[in-house]
Ligand binder design. Sequence first.
Ligand SMILES: [Mg+2]
Length: 163
Amino acid sequence: MPNPKRKPQKVARRGNARQNAPHRSIKPGDLRDDLVTIQWLRDLMREFLRQRQWEKYHLPRNLAASISVEAGELLELFQWLTPEEAAARCANDPAFRQAVGEELCDVMMYCISLANAMDFNIAQTIAAKMQKNHAKYPPEKFLGHYERPLRNLTMNPTEERRP
Ligand SMILES: [Mg+2]
């Protein structure tokens, strides 16, 4: 007779090892952008949340806020640096590069978690948005320069704007 007070044992999830622990199925040497898929990153994030029962926190509103917070942390690393100082540190300062990489990943993983939470197909969504961007900025019109299409905030109309 089963004890009703006893917590039900977790039923092992069906599926193969890769589905249950996708982050374990790629060897460290294979962690290359040309081998790892977006799906692998999505599963990695899902598994991280599942292990901590944090899905309840990763709601679209919270994730949108978290992306902005982490983008702020990324920007903070560059605060007060001149463009030349920033470029030099990006190229030659290992500790700075590590810090930028970690904040960049914080932003990206929250973006991936938002895509998971809202069930966006990332590849499709990016391709569709890039198609819109292509129509908005046709290369023959914007080759080597950029101007805001809706309002021109430049005081000097000849000033070059960067994307
Ligand atoms: Mg951070």
